[in-house]
Design a protein around this ligand. Structure first.
Ligand code: SF4
Length: 326
């Protein structure tokens, strides 16, 4: 891996930084290599789009960033503070400043609680509830921010559409005025037209509050719409990352090119890239291939690729790639 994660400017350290992050899960069938030396950084007010196939480790990145699971090794920094092993007040503070929006808004909302109660809960957990009038004011503020009426606070989740429930999920994330929101497949379950509305809402909130996003999705098109920078994961590792227009316009890793080739819509910006068709399924993360993990599916693989793991190296202008041939 590269000596250091990508830093966004020399003057300002990233808001969120994972350095050589390793997370393995022991299972009955063996050890799942969910993350193997991941280096990622998200700047203040920046959106990092994280893409890759299902099972590549994207959601584990979200879990370790929020410290829902501890790292096996490596480091997690938030706003310059090493929180890799933090507990107590430091961890509570991280979870106030780093919020999450889930894929399935219905599953993440207590069906028996009114929306007002759902939205008050983060304030109560963080000891910031204030008076009943202050809580009502905060709830009304958050609902208005996501385009819902304050009088909806008395309703229950089943009374809302899927798009409205996702707006409620975003309102809940806003209650503590976070510096960053992790969106884990946050629009994947929504219809296309509703998806566009929610994406535009997220962009508007970034404009209004300067909130940063770690935007996780299997959909490269959505990530391209949202992100300032894109990171591509394959089997527990980052294989390419860089400014959106660099990764989109000049994808260097065969896996990134394959993801783009698999997109259903014509992409004029991508036609310069050689088209690579993705063969087969991802290998078993319990027993990742030696050398480059992508080599069993890579049409360009050489003998070197089967034995030697490529390092993530600089390709200029903040663009990094892990491929012997790039
Ligand atoms: Fe393909 Fe080799 Fe590059 Fe891996 S290192 S992506 S196998 S060419």
């Amino acid at each position: 891996m590269s000596a250091l994660p990508v830093t966004l400017t020399a003057a300002e350290p990233p808001l969120l930084q994972l350095s050589r992050a390793v997370k393995h899960y022991p299972t009955a069938g063996g050890v799942v290599h969910a993350l193997d030396g991941v280096d990622l950084a998200v700047g203040h007010g920046e959106t990092l789009g994280l893409v890759g196939e299902s099972g590549c480790g994207k959601s584990t990145v979200a879990r370790v960033a929020l410290r829902l699971v501890p790292l096996d090794s490596g480091q997690l920094h938030f706003d310059g503070q090493d929180l890799s092993h933090a507990g107590g007040a430091a961890l509570r503070d991280l979870r106030a400043r780093l919020q999450m929006v889930f894929q399935d808004p219905y599953a993440s909302l207590n069906p028996r609680a009114t929306i007002g109660r759902v939205l008050r809960e983060p304030l109560i957990v963080q000891g910031r509830a204030g008076s009943a009038a202050e809580q009502r004011e905060q709830v009304a503020w958050a609902l208005a921010r996501v385009g819902l009426s304050p009088d909806m606070a008395e309703r229950h989740p089943h009374e809302f559409s899927g798009g409205q429930r996702q707006r409620i999920g975003i309102a809940r994330a806003l209650m503590l005025r976070p510096a960053m929101i992790v969106c884990d497949e946050a629009v994947s379950a929504l219809d296309v037209s509703v998806r566009a509305q929610v994406l535009n809402l997220l962009l508007g909130l970034r404009e209004e509050f300067g909130v940063a996003y770690l935007f996780i999705s299997h959909d490269l098109g959505v990530v391209r719409h949202m992100a300032d920078r894109i990171a591509v994961m394959y089997l527990g590792q980052v294989v390419e990352q860089g400014p959106r227009d660099r990764v989109w316009g000049t994808p260097l890793h065969p896996y990134t090119r394959a993801l783009m080739a698999a997109m259903p819509v014509a992409r004029p910006q991508a036609v310069r890239a050689p088209r690579t068709l993705l063969q087969g399924d991802p290998p078993n993360p319990i027993d990742p291939p030696a050398g480059c993990r992508f080599h069993p599916r890579c049409p360009l693989a050489t003998a070197q690729c089967r034995t030697e793991a490529p390092l993530l190296r600089d390709a200029g202008d903040g663009h990094q790639v892990a491929c012997h041939l790039a």
